[in-house]
Design a protein around this ligand. Structure first.
Ligand code: NAD
Ligand code: DAU
Length: 337
């Protein structure tokens, strides 16, 4: 695809994707549409904002007129939809915006893809649509959708709409369902950057419940290469799980961060659990590995070291992001726990 509309390209994964495409695929032109919510940050595109193959547009995926204009003006071939409200804790305190962006926004994009007969629509979904696992098993693409949080319910609703647009109107789509990402430019409300930031500032590290909840971690660059493979190699109508087989309990991750930063475990503070907290996620990624030949480029140990180094080296980015709004959010979320 030569001309792609990337939505949410100023967020964590979207900005890593845009940077990868501009750096490694000079034949590709990127139109980057982002509403710049609290999670969107043009600093995430530092060095790439004025790239000749990049056009940034501040706007909402719920704006159908804007989408139609961009697709026509820039002769877009494909949409890759990263834009979303993404934080589970925020979806518990305020679910409505999750339905607006994740469901209505995806619907509006699908309408545009249908009307303009785009070559491909890629929906960036999540492993959380499958619900939670016990001690055994892994999510495959056949696992029934059974979301548990308002966030994952809104993402599952979007997945159903994408499939319905494919079935009813022949929209050529793919859905990707990735496990937890980590790496540069992640907003420090999510586990790994939050813990790095707190440890660097000698603040308590708030671990929910017993800390034995398990997530399956993937370095963000590897998620981006997987999405690129799907865009260029996958047959339409196919769903792909993406993951790196790195299951870790939260406490293990937190202790690793403390040890790398030479900080004491006494900073760990067990706090009230997240309501409805999913116990364990684990992704079976054999379909994308076998069909598209994708594989992760780094191990968890390499990825977490690169990530910690990045947050230390980019302390200015972290300080800017941890602004007044963030301080208010942090007080609301953790003040009484
Ligand atoms: P993020 O919160 O860092 O970024 C989301 C971006 O979307 C922000 O730049 C924000 O400004 C933008 N946005 C929000 N609402 C918008 C709207 N209405 N119109 C246009 N732009 C809007 O999110 P992320 O962690 O980078 O996640 C990106 C995608 O990947 C999401 O769809 C998420 O569900 C999915 N995902 C995330 C993970 C993860 O671990 N972070 C794992 C699997 C899947
Ligand atoms: O699995 C993919 C999903 O991963 C994405 O779809 C979501 O957008 C993304 O936010 C992420 O969801 P999680 O809820 O798994 O991520 P989070 O970083 O919020 O939490 C990871 C684990 O750490 C989870 O078990 C909750 C726990 N946690 C989190 C925070 C923020 C803590 O123990 N303390 C904390 O302060």
């Amino acid at each position: 695809m030569r001309k792609i509309l990337v939505t949410g390209g100023a967020g964590f994964i979207g900005s890593n994707f845009v940077r990868m495409v501009l750096a490694e695929h000079p034949e590709c032109v990127v139109v980057n549409l982002d509403k710049l919510t609290y999670a969107g940050n043009l600093e995430n595109l530092r060095g790439f904002l004025d790239h000749p193959n990049h056009k940034f547009v501040k706007g909402d995926i719920c704006d159908g007129d804007l989408l139609a204009r961009l697709i026509d003006e820039d002769r877009i071939d494909a949409i890759i939809n990263f834009a979303a409200e993404t934080h589970v804790d925020r979806s518990i305190t305020g679910p409505k915006i999750f339905v607006e962006t994740n469901v209505i926004g995806t619907l509006t994009l699908l309408e545009a893809a249908r009307e303009k007969k785009l070559e491909r629509f890629i929906q960036i979904s999540t492993d959380e649509v499958y619900g939670a696992l016990g001690d055994e098993g892994m999510f495959t693409e056949q696992t029934p959708l059974s979301p548990n949080s308002p966030y994952s319910a809104s993402k599952a609703a979007a997945d159903h709409l994408v499939k319905a647009y494919g079935h009813t109107w022949g929209v050529r789509y793919n859905i990707t369902r990735c496990s937890n990402n980590y790496g540069p430019y992640q907003f420090p409300e999510k586990l790994i950057p939050l813990m790095i930031n707190n440890a660097l500032n000698d603040k308590a590290l708030p671990v929910y419940g017993d800390g034995l909840y398990v997530r399956d971690w993937l370095y963000v660059y590897d998620h981006c290469t997987a999405v690129w493979s799907v865009l260029h190699q996958a047959p339409p109508g196919r769903v792909y799980n993406i993951g790196g087989c790195n299951e870790k309990a939260n406490l293990e991750v937190v202790e690793l961060i403390l040890s790398r930063l030479d900080k004491s475990k006494s900073l760990i503070k067990h706090v009230t659990d997240r309501p409805g907290h999913d116990r364990r996620y684990a992704i079976d990624a054999s379909r994308i590995i076998n069909e598209l030949g994708w594989k992760p480029s780094v191990s968890f140990e390499q990825g977490i070291n690169k990530t910690i180094d990045w947050y230390i080296e980019n302390h200015d980015w972290l300080t800017d992001v941890v602004s007044g709004d963030y301080k208010r959010y942090y007080q609301t979320m953790y003040g009484s726990r």
